[in-house]
Design a protein around this ligand. Sequence first.
Ligand code: ADP
Ligand code: MG
Length: 700
Amino acid sequence: MDPFQTPLTYLKGAGQARAEVLKKELGLANFEDLLRHFPFRYIDRTKFYKVKDINPDLPYVQVLARVISKQVVGEKHTKRLVVQTRDDTGTLELVWFKGINWIEKTIIPGTVYIVFGKPGFFNMQAQMAHPEMEVYSPATMQRQGNATLQPVYNSTEKLKQFQLDSKGIQKLTSVLLGMHAKDILENLPLYIIQHFKLISRAEAYKNIHFPADANLLNEALHRLKFEELFLLQLRLLRNKLLHTQKFKGNVFGTVGHYFNDFYHHKLPFELTPPQKKVLKEIRQDTQRGVQMNRLLQGDVGSGKTVVALMSMLIAVDNGFQACIMAPTEILATQHFQTVFNLVGDGFIEVALLTGSTKQKDRKVLHQKLESGELKILIGTHALIEDKVQFKNLGFVVIDEQHRFGVEQRSKLWRKNIIPPHVLVMTATPIPRTLAMTLYGDLDISVIDQLPAGRKPIQTLHFFDNQRLRVFGFMKKEIALGRQIYIVYPLIQESEKLDLKNLEDGIAVMSREFPLPEYKISVVHGKLKAADKEFEMQRFIKGETQIMVATTVIEVGVNVPNASVMIIENAERFGLSQLHQLRGRVGRGAEQSYCILMSSHKLSHDGKIRLDTMVKTNNGFEISEIDLQLRGPGNLDGTQQSGVLDLKVANLATDQELLFKARKTVEQIFAKDPQLALPENQVLHHAFQTNNAGLSWDKIS
Ligand code: ADP
Ligand code: MG
C-alpha cells in the first residue's frame, strides 16, 4: 500500500473537518497532494523590524511588539477588531475584518508577540491587516533561528477559519514529512542524478518545504524542475515513439516529374535556406515508411504555402492525392489562388472545395476524387465531410492548427487505410520551449527568414496628440493609390463601449476623409455575415480606400494593395495580436507601414510591447518576449492545454533546463527505446502512475 495515497483525515492534526475543507478549497485529498502543495514563496524570519523602520513599501516583515489594548469597533459590515501594540520605537495598529471573534479571544493584552504581516499606513499610523500572531518566548526565537526561510503556502479565508492559514498548513506538512520523508522514492535513474549532480527526491521534498538554507532551497527547486520537465518529455517522446511504431506511413520513394518540372521550370524564385531545409526534412520523413506528423511554423509571407505545394507534388509523383485544409473560406480561396498562380494552367489540376461550392460542381469533384483523377484539393472543413472520399490520400496540409484541433486532424487520417502524412502550418510562431512542450510529440520545422528583397514593414509609434500628422500621412498614401486598415480594440468588459469607440472613430474618420473623395468600409463583430463579406469585398476590390474594423478582420486576409495598418489603442493589444495584425500589410511590392497609436499613459509592459513591435518584425523574437511578459499559461492558444500544468518549472525562465531534459530523454530513447536496460527500470514508474507519484510498488 502506497502511504501517500492515505486520505488526509488520517494525518495527525488534520481530522475529518479540516481534511474536508482542504479538499474543497485546495483540492488536496491525500498525503501526496499535501506534499505537492508547494510554498509559493519564502520569508526570511531571522530579521526583526523596529516599528519606526517599517513603511508600506516593505514586503512581509516581522516585529516584536507588546499588545496594549484590543477592541471590536463598528457595526455589521464595518465591524472590525483593532489591536494596539508598541515596541520601544512606536505604535503599530493591527486590524482584523474577518474571524474577529476567534482572534479576539486568543489575543492577550500585556503579552509580547511576534507580529508578522504586510505593513501599511492609515491616517499616518503604521498598520497591519490580518497579521500572523505568535506569542514570543525564548523558545520560539530559538526555532526561528534554525529555520531561516519560512515557507508561505496558499490558503483561503475559509481555510483560515479552520486555523489552516499558511502556518497551519506548514504544521501539517511538517508532521507528514516527519513520518514519511523516508518513503519518498527516487524516480530518476542514478546515472542521471549523478550526471546532473541532483539531490535525491526525498531531500528535494524536505527542502522545498523547509529549506535548511537558501542554497539547499535552490538545489531542491532545481531537482524538482528537472524532474518535472524530464518526465513530461519522457511521456511526449514515448508517445511519439509509439506513434511511429503503430502507424505505418506511405513511402514516397521517388521525386518525379511533377516536382522536378515545377522546381526547374515553374518556380519563379530561389527558395530561401529555411524553405530548402524544411523540404529536405519532409522529404526524409516521407520515405521512411512511418507516418509524418510535422508542425511548420513561420511568419505570414515566409513562404509556407510554396513548401506545402512542393511537398504535395512529391506525393503526386508517388501516385497519391494531397489536400490543404484551411479554417475559413477566405483563407482556402487564398491558398487556392497562391497555388494556382504558381502552377499555372495545364500543369496539374487543382480544385477548390468550400461551403459555397455549388452542388453540381461538388458532384463532379467527388467523382474525380474517388476515381483519383483529381490530385490536389484545397478547401475548408468541407473536406472532412464523409461524402468526400479520396482514392488514395497520401499527404494532408492543415493551415492554422489551433482552429482545428486533433479531432479533425484524425478525421482526415481515417480517409485512408494507411494514414496520410500530415503537415500542420501555423503563422503564429511560438517560442521553442513552448513548441517543445505543447507539440512535443510532433516534429517541428521552422521558417525564420523572409524571402530576399522584401521590404520590411516599418513600424512607428505615435501618441494620440500626434494624430494630425498621421492623418496627413494617410492622405499621402491614399494619393499614391494605397489602401489603409484602421483597427480598434475589443474591450471584453463592455460591448457598448467597444461600439462607441468604433463609432467615434468612424465619425472622426468620415469628417477627416469625406465623400466623395474618400470611401470607407466598416467591419465589426455585430454585422451580419453577409454584410461583413460585402464590406470586405468592397475593400478587397479597391472600391474603398480605408477599412475601419475591430479585430474581426480575417486572419490571413490578403489585400496586397493595403500597405498601411493603423492600430488604435495599441497598448490594449497583446504582442502576438499586434504582430498578427501587422501581418495584414507588407504583402505587395510597396513599402508598408504599421502605425501604433497610444495614449501617453503606458504601463511598464505596455511600453515594452510597443517598443518590441517598433524594434523587430521577427515573430519568433516577439513570441519569446511575449512569453517573458505574460508567462506560458497566457499565450494565445495555450490556455486549454493541460500540458502546461507545470508545478515548479516555468517555460519562460527554465529554458536551459528544458533543453537539457529533452536532450537527455532523446539520448535515452536512442539507446534504449523500450526502457529495458536495468539502469532505466526506474523510469517505468513514470508511465504506471502520473508524474507525481511519490512512492510506487517495487518493480515486480
Ligand atoms: P505564407 O504561406 O508563409 O504566408 P506564402 O507561401 O503564401 O507565405 O508566400 C507569400 C508570397 O511570397 C507568395 O506570393 C509566394 O509566391 C512568395 N514567395 C514564397 N517563397 C518565396 C521565395 N523564396 N522568394 C520569393 N518569393 C517567395
Ligand atoms: Mg500563405
